[in-house]
Design a protein around this ligand. Structure first.
Ligand code: GUN
Length: 281
């Protein structure tokens, strides 16, 4: 019988810890503040952003969404970021991605004060992770690591295969697994013989955004399967993994929804509390 990894349960546990830390900071007169910047009207982004704001409020944070027109110029958006960098009540700044095509994502992200970059996307935080230094770690891979730890799944010496090489998930995921002494392989859209590689995985993490990419015959018996995908298929939310068939092969698996997603939000709150507690005045 496969074990279902309950992301909702672990996220609640983590959020409870964050809430307590937030209450202590608030008592000390430094209530953590998170501001989410949303440019344009992408429906999926709107849903994600609302979820983040609601979670931050529930944790006892000062939470705000800045909604901006899709026609905003890069310079105008930079001015918004500079203002938030200066605001002492804002400890975490999150610019929801993707941004409209005329704006360079990395220019905007690198304008965020490093100490407020709760997404961990700033080049300095990315570099810190690669070097094994302290810094903010992107929320989705951080949440996966936390969930694996809660589940007592050991990584040292194990073969971890990550499908996807995005800056948001794939690359930082690989860094974290490496730091945990796993042997790491990164696969992507140009990888040949994908199944041959994924079948070697003790831990298989898919972060591609392609419904049912990972089939049962691509998974080793007893592997741990983590599904980061959020795809619409026939009006239903599904992951990258063909869950119904893969669960017959895997020893443990995350569902979609209710797996990685809730942990991502929990880690955003965790990073924001961290940002607030890092402030010394
Ligand atoms: N778009 C999709 N995932 C994310 C995320 O984790 N952070 C931000 N800022 N944008 C995203």
């Amino acid at each position: 019988m496969t074990h279902l990894i309950d992301g909702k349960k672990w996220a609640l546990l983590s959020r409870e810890e964050t809430k307590q830390a937030c209450a202590i900071l608030t008592q000390e007169g430094r209530q953590p503040g998170l501001t989410v910047v949303l440019v344009g009207e992408d429906p999926a982004s709107q849903t994600y952003v609302r979820g983040k704001e609601k979670a931050a409020t529930e944790a006892g944070m000062q939470s705000a969404i800045i909604r901006l027109e899709a026609t905003i110029t890069q310079d105008e958006l930079l001015a918004v970021i500079y203002r938030l960098n200066q605001d002492p009540h804002v400890h975490g700044i999150l610019v929801q991605l993707p941004l409209p095509k005329h704006i360079d994502d990395q220019v905007i992200i690198d304008a965020i004060a490093i100490e407020k970059d709760v997404d961990g996307f700033h080049a300095t935080n990315v570099g810190a992770l690669a070097l094994g230094l302290t810094g903010f770690v992107p929320c989705t891979p951080l949440g996966i690591m936390r969930m694996l730890a809660y589940e007592n799944i050991s990584l040292s010496g194990k073969h971890a295969v990550v499908i996807g090489r995005s800056n948001i998930v794939g690359k930082p995921m690989a860094q974290l697994l490496l730091k945990a002494n796993a042997t790491v392989t990164i696969c992507h859209s140009k990888t040949e013989n994908l199944g041959q590689i994924t079948r070697q995985a003790d831990i298989l993490i898919s972060a591609v955004g392609k419904a049912h990419l990972v089939k049962a015959d691509m998974v080793k018996e007893g592997a741990v399967v983590i599904d980061v995908g959020m795809n619409r298929l026939d009006g239903k939310l599904v992951g990258d993994v063909d869950f119904e068939n893969v669960k017959e092969v895997a020893s443990a698996i995350t569902p979609v929804p209710g797996g990685v997603g809730p942990m991502t939000i929990a880690m955003l709150l965790h990073n924001t509390v961290q940002a607030a507690s890092n402030v010394t005045s």
